[in-house]
Design a protein around this ligand. Structure first.
Ligand SMILES: [Zn+2]
Length: 149
């Protein structure tokens, strides 16, 4: 599989979509993610209110796949509960690892389904999962904070 084939219109569109590429005022948590293989570097900020992701945004730079993937994630997960967001992050990671291939099940990921074929191009996998892995760290911390209460 060639890299060019991965750059679908949707990925290019999301790479340019900067709706959620911004800072959040007073975020609940933030986390930095770095992919040295490609030079992708992002910082995620999340604002949580009553167990729901009130806002999710990112800053940083990187290749089209890392930027598009993070933009798709931000759009998908705003307004979701922390539990629901964690479930969808795991579904995305399972899709990229090739563990879940059922189209109907993956529909839930909306635009991010377009990254499915990245699983066939191992060198780009880290680009595609960077934002999601970084969010997983934040969500796990939120879950731990909830249990402490
Ligand atoms: Zn990259």
């Amino acid at each position: 599989m060639e890299l060019q084939q991965l750059y679908t219109d949707l990925i290019l569109e999301y790479n340019k979509d900067t709706t959620n590429k911004r800072k959040i005022d007073d975020p609940t948590l933030s986390e930095h993610g770095h992919n040295p293989n490609c030079g992708d570097d992002i910082t995620l900020e999340v604002k949580v209110k009553d167990g729901v992701i009130d806002d999710l945004a990112y800053t940083g730079s990187g290749c089209a796949i890392s930027q598009a993937s993070t933009a798709m994630m931000a759009e998908l997960l705003q307004g979701r509960s922390v539990d629901e967001a964690l479930r969808l992050v795991h579904l995305f990671l399972d899709m990229i690892r090739g563990k879940v291939t059922d189209e109907a099940q993956l529909e839930e990921l909306e635009a991010a389904v377009s990254l499915k074929d990245i699983s066939k191009l191992p060198v780009r996998v880290k680009c595609a999962v960077l934002g999601w892995h970084t969010l997983e760290i934040i969500l796990d911390r939120l879950e731990a904070m909830k249990k402490e209460k």
